[in-house]
Design a protein around this ligand. Structure first.
Ligand code: GLV
Ligand code: MN
Ligand code: MN
Length: 422
């Protein structure tokens, strides 16, 4: 493919990225949370693009937009289906590419495949999931878990940051929680799931390559920690007599940092990203602090071992500081290896463009982790500037996006030979 063909595909992707980035809860900051009016608006736009690409569009009970292309029919792979997906929700003050690029790449690639070949010997579904980030509800990957047939109905009772239960939010969005089970694919039908995503790290940029093949997605735990101390006068209570919930929380956050630093060889990372301090006044000793813990590692065993040590540290810190503290799990997902044959399919597509197929693990979570309970998964990473993500400065060039769409087209064109027949 000539460079201007990549540029033409990339320009279309860029235009669609810009259109989706306009859909936000706030002007000047990109915020698009699950089951909000912005989600509805983005889902409608994505559905329209899918239809224009020749796909039959439906939505399941969790709001996943599904664009379906049926197989040519008759052949031995006519009952199999390639799933291509990513997400259209965002973090708070997000960049424009995280998740959206994968959905757009799927739509553009299938549109081009239809233009070149009509239907393929196998079916294809493009999926736009609604809650990969977990920014509104303290659970995440709900849409992709439902598609995999692993939705846990206990999640229906979780409450959003704006105080709405998930089942109520679904009803307000026009969905029937009793029909979530229908979102699941038959494992016989779902042959594989693949996703294009920005790398969100610096490896490809440093290697001078536009695209890379993901080997595995890191394991992840999210928890809420609550620390209860005692409010008091900031001017009168001597330091030694305080039961300061925030000072204890700060020590717990540093303990988490220490655990991650000690496990750097397993790519462990630990983050406290959100904290609420009550009563929240300059001259009052904090009485109650609630904060999040996000802990990831390449292997499940190392993550679980670090979590056990964090619990011990919390107990010791609480004891020493005479506060009460506990930690509750809100999300956990195991490490997910990418399928070697799907990796080879993407490596072949990259080599077909004259690129070097770098292999790299993902520290970020992805819908594939949940869909991996249904079928083999594969991911293609796209270089992003400075490795910056979850930040409005997130950027991927037009040419790199074009290369990603072209690689996905090549991957789809070879899918029955390279994967279904393997
Ligand atoms: C999703 O972006 C994550 O937190 O990994
Ligand atoms: Mn993402
Ligand atoms: Mn993200």
């Amino acid at each position: 493919m000539a460079d201007d063909a990549f540029l033409a595909l990339g320009r279309e992707a860029e235009r669609m990225i810009r259109d989706l980035a306009q859909i936000s809860a706030e002007e000047g900051r990109l915020i698009r949370l699950y089951l909000t009016p912005e989600h509805r608006h983005a889902a409608d736009l994505v559905g329209r693009w899918m239809s224009e690409a020749g796909l039959d569009v439906t939505e399941d009970a969790l709001g996943t937009v599904r664009g379906r292309l049926d197989p040519a029919g008759g052949g031995q792979n006519a009952a199999r289906r390639l799933l291509i997906g990513s997400h259209i929700d965002t973090v708070i003050d997000a960049g424009a590419y995280d998740g959206t690029l994968g959905v757009i790449a799927g739509i553009l690639a299938v549109r081009e495949v239809v233009r070149r070949h009509g239907r393929m010997p196998f079916g294809i579904d493009v999926l736009a999931f609604g809650d990969e980030e977990g920014s509104r509800f303290p659970a995440t990957l709900l849409c992709s878990e439902a598609v995999a047939g692993h939705f846990d109905s206990a999640a229906l009772a979780v409450e959003s940051v704006d105080g709405v239960r998930l089942d109520d939010a679904l009803r307000r969005y026009g969905k029937d929680p009793a029909r979530i089970g229908e979102a699941a694919y038959d494992p016989e039908e779902a042959a594989a799931y693949v996703e294009v995503h920005i790398e969100q790290g610096p490896v490809l940029e440093q290697a001078g390559e536009a695209l890379g093949v993901v080997t595995a997605i890191a394991s992840q735990s999210r928890h809420t920690v609550t620390v209860i101390g005692e409010a008091g006068h900031a001017g009168t209570v001597p330091m030694a007599l305080r039961r300061d919930a925030l000072a204890a929380s700060a020590e717990i956050a540093l303990a988490l940092e220490g655990l991650a630093l000690g496990n750097a060889d397993d790519f462990m990372v630990g983050t406290v990203g959100k904290m609420s301090v009550l009563p929240g006044a300059t001259n009052v000793i904090p009485a109650r602090v609630v904060f999040t813990v996000d802990l990831r590692s390449q292997t499940d065993a190392r993550r679980l071992e670090a979590l056990a040590r964090l619990r011990d540290e919390i107990a010791a810190i609480a004891d020493r500081r005479r506060v009460t503290a506990w930690m509750e799990r809100t999300h956990e997902v195991a490490a997910k290896p990418c399928d070697p044959t799907l990796q080879a399919g993407f490596a072949g597509a990259i080599a077909g463009q004259g690129g070097r197929a770098i292999r790299l693990p993902s520290g970020a979570g992805h819908d594939g982790q949940a869909v991996g309970a249904l079928c083999p998964i594969g991911m293609l990473f796209v270089r992003c500037r400075g490795g910056i993500s979850h930040n409005p400065a997130e950027f991927t060039s037009v040419e790199d996006m074009g290369r990603a769409v072209a690689a996905l087209i090549g991957f789809i064109e070879n899918f029955d030979r390279s994967f279904l027949a393997a």
